[in-house]
Design a protein around this ligand. Structure first.
Ligand code: NDP
Ligand code: 8X3
Length: 260
């Protein structure tokens, strides 16, 4: 049964990887889309493509989730255009670097905290009150296995994802008595541009992350997000941890040897 057809969803970080896959999966399910990211050209090309395949208007809004004024402007635009948001997928996020705590870069730390934590807060703070006022809505936060288990050199990235899990739990306490739900979907290794961003464009190093590993693909996480959103209104999945079969923890990976 399709319980989300005709609903309106905001997907942040829709220009790549998991966010793009969520946009495609939700479009297929008949969800009206509002797509958000910083790279306008990519955003426009995905929105145009989904408009052509679904025949539905796809709103696009170039936004850096770290920019509080920009987020307020985005929320104002939605209100002006009479768009009531039923679903928010807080996906925009990134890792920068893989350094020991004692060698960490302030710039990398700020970027991760400002995006993964404060960016998620900014967008949620702007859209959640409308959901509460309508007593309907579902927020899905994309966390990570890194929010359950820390790994060497993951320090600040892991801390942001532990925070996402804590915020999902905390928000659910504050939402009790409403029909608004908040969930987190927490992936293990997914092959996306994540490592390319983490290693600032170093394709060889990024490629090694996925070498010999039958990683999750972005559509696997989009399926999980779809499942969570499509549950009956009485069901609230607080947290769904989704790992590749070959990865049982950040430390335990069956990696095939790659012959060179
Ligand atoms: P990608 O790099 O492929 O996609 C990240 C997306 O986030 C892009 O669309 C990017 O768009 C957007 N984004 C980044 N910063 C901002 C910003 N400041 N404002 C708006 N949008 C932003 O990586 P993934 O798809 O892998 O990452 C998506 C989420 O999944 C992240 O939260 C990540 O932490 C999480 N995750 C990823 C895993 C993996 O192994 N890949 C595993 C577990 C969790 P643009 O640059 O156009 O703004
Ligand atoms: C991304 C997955 O293991 O690189 O959250 O932290 S991992």
């Amino acid at each position: 049964m399709n319980r989300i057809r005709g609903r309106t969803a905001v997907v942040t970080g829709a220009t790549s990887g998991i966010g793009e896959a969520c946009a495609r999966t939700l479009a297929e399910a008949g969800v009206r889309l509002v797509l958000v990211a910083r790279r306008g050209e990519r955003l426009a090309s995905l929105a145009d493509e989904l408009e052509a395949t679904t025949g539905e208007r796809v709103l696009r809004h170039v936004l850096d989730v770290r920019d509080r004024e920009g987020v307020a402007g985005f929320a104002d635009r939605l209100e002006r255009e009479g768009v009531a948001v039923d679903i928010l997928v807080n996906n925009a996020g990134l890792a920068r670097g893989l350094d020991a705590f004692q060698d960490g870069s302030h710039r990398d730390w700020d970027e991760m905290i400002d995006t993964n934590l404060k960016g998620l807060l900014n967008v949620t703070r702007a859209l959640l009150p409308g959901m509460i006022a309508r007593d309907a809505g579902h927020v899905v936060n994309i966390g990570s296995v890194a929010g359950h288990v820390v790994y060497p050199m993951g320090n600040v990235y892991c801390a942001t994802k532990y925070a996402v899990r804590a915020l999902t739990e905390a928000a659910n306490l504050d939402l009790v008595g409403t029909k608004v739900r908040m969930s987190s979907v927490d992936p293990g290794l997914v092959e996306t541009e994540f490592s390319l961003v983490r290693f600032r464009g170093d394709r060889e190093r990024a490629g090694r992350t996925y070498e010999g590993v039958d990683s999750l693909m972005p559509e696997d996480i989009a399926d999980a997000v779809h499942y969570v959103l499509n549950t009956r209104p009485r069901v609230n999945v607080l947290n769904m941890l989704v790992m590749p079969t070959v990865q049982r923890s950040p430390y335990v990976i069956a990696r095939e040897e790659v012959k060179r």
